[in-house]
Design a protein around this ligand. Structure first.
Ligand code: UD1
Ligand code: CA
Length: 453
């Protein structure tokens, strides 16, 4: 198969966004707009892409990284000018050129496929993507003749009142025969008083040279372009619905898609139920048969099978199979919870390793801590990990029983099977099996064999 060269335009300022951030970097479902365009190209099997950057070039380059090559357009002199900047960097090999805009995140790989296929079979000089939309305002209109053949694209500002009524819009995605594109761009003249060169004018120019132009009509959803915050919100909601649909197709129950928020790339296993007002963000992966929410927020979280997380947040952490979290708990970065663990009401964990079958209930703070298996952390337990200057570590070994309201002054180690009394302030290590009580705590005896089971 012939190779397709893709050119993605991302040099515009995005004035109507009124933002310091380059437009194509505004996120939709957790990823910058341009990410989706490049992702669609990738899935369409197109590996050779040039991104035209200009406004905020460094930031765009940094965000997109090495998956594309870059060409700079020093001044935003229009979409035609932007493609012209890319031309010298394309191998002059006669392979077709696919031009896309970095602000149309909903375009799919399937449609790119269909466009390239139509271009190939039609043998046209250019094949453009269009859509019939309920509200065409802001878009260029695709003007056809009485026989339905494309005649030209007219930008809204240049439309006659009749042309303005046309509901078929230019999506900003085109396949060109390379030679035809080179010739048409060379011939381009400014399309408006600001001296901008419109890529869209190449269509009329080619048709005027008796060259054939085809059009593929896509769905209105796929062609949504983002120029304003309102359109950003519209794209977000369409993308979110698409991501939720994908999860549902994979066997996930989503009680209320309207109040469930997911980022691109989030994975959820089958028969997991996501309850309302839940947020699955970043590189979150949730196993099968989980109950997530209501009101759960997972950010870069790894969650095993059969986990329940209610009204709690997990950020950059992991929760193992069969464990329950919440309601009302906060797992901060660096927390790794084992299997069949119970993290109860109002617990806060940070940088905490928690062993299997351990219970942490009722208003505890565990920070910078390693907790073994089958440990019980009593209500109100606090690891006093910060001395005002430095953070210190706490070790709680397997089967320890930490009494309610114990203060553990780190650095400290509570031995295997040891017990602390309610209200104790423990500032010295407790040996395995030791029972420490009081303020400051003293070991008063050792647990008997039956207590240790
Ligand atoms: C453009 C089309 C319009 C189409 C719409 C689809 C033109 C002249 N108009 O209008 O027909 O209906 O997209 O969404 O092409 N860019 C550059 N350099 C520039 C100018 C723009 O790289 O000098 C980039 C922008 O960053 C953006 C893309 O090209 O990603 C499109 O530019 P934009 O200004 O958003 O064009 P629209 O007015 O939306
Ligand atoms: Ca646009």
């Amino acid at each position: 198969m012939e190779q397709v060269h893709a050119v993605v335009l991302a040099a515009g300022k995005g004035k109507r966004m009124r933002s310091d951030l380059p437009k194509v970097l505004h996120p939709v479902c957790g990823q910058p707009l341009i990410f989706y365009v490049l992702d669609a190209l990738h899935h369409a099997g197109i590996s050779s892409s040039i991104v035209v950057v200009g406004h905020g070039a460094d930031r765009v380059r940094e965000a997109v990284g090495a998956q594309a090559r870059y060409v700079e357009q020093a001044e935003p002199r229009g979409t035609g000018h932007a493609v012209l900047m890319a031309l010298p960097h394309l191998p002059d090999d006669g392979n077709p050129v696919l031009v896309l805009y970095g602000d149309t995140p909903l375009l799919t790989a399937e449609t790119i496929h269909a466009l390239t296929a139509l271009h190939r079979t039609s043998g046209s000089a250019a094949t453009l993507l269009s859509a019939r939309v309920p509200d065409p305002s802001g878009y260029g209109r695709v003007i056809r003749d009485g026989d339905g053949r494309v005649r030209k694209i007219v930008e809204e500002a240049d439309c006659s009142s009749e042309e303005r009524q046309v509901m078929e819009i230019n999506a900003g995605t085109y396949m060109f025969r390379q030679q035809a594109l080179r010739e048409a761009l060379r011939a381009l003249t400014p399309g408006n008083a600001q001296g901008e060169y419109y890529l869209t004018d190449t269509i009329g120019w080619l048709l005027g040279r008796e060259q054939q132009v085809s059009a593929l009509v896509a769905s209105a959803e796929e062609t949504v372009g983002v120029n304003s915050r309102q359109e950003l919100a519209a794209a977000e909601s369409l993308m979110r619905r698409r991501l939720l649909d994908r999860l549902m197709e994979g066997g996930v129950t989503i009680i209320d898609p309207v109040t469930t928020y997911v980022h691109a790339g989030v994975q959820v296993g089958p028969d997991t139920v996501i309850h309302p007002q839940s947020y699955l963000e970043g590189a979150t992966a949730v196993g099968a048969r989980c109950t997530i929410g209501p009101q759960a927020r997972l950010v870069d979280a790894t969650v095993g099978d059969g986990v329940t997380i209610v009204a709690s947040s997990v950020e950059r952490g992991a929760v193992g199979e069969g464990s329950t979290v919440g309601p009302y708990s906060r797992l901060r970065p660096g927390t790794r919870v084992g299997r069949f663990v119970e993290i109860g009401n109002f617990a806060e964990l940070k940088n905490a390793e928690v062993g299997d079958h351990t219970k942490v209930h009722h208003m505890s703070y565990l920070g910078d801590v390693t907790v073994g298996a089958r440990v019980n952390i009593g209500a109100g337990t606090v690891t006093c990990n910060y001395d005002g200057t430095r953070k210190h570590h706490t070790d709680i070994e397997d089967e320890a029983f930490i009494g309610s309201d114990t203060m553990l002054i780190a650095p400290i180690r509570i031995g295997k099977g040891a017990v602390t009394g309610a209200g104790s302030v423990v500032n010295k290590d407790v040996p395995p099996g030791g029972v420490a009580v009081g303020v400051p705590a003293r070991v008063i005896r050792y647990v008997t064999a039956e207590r240790r089971r």
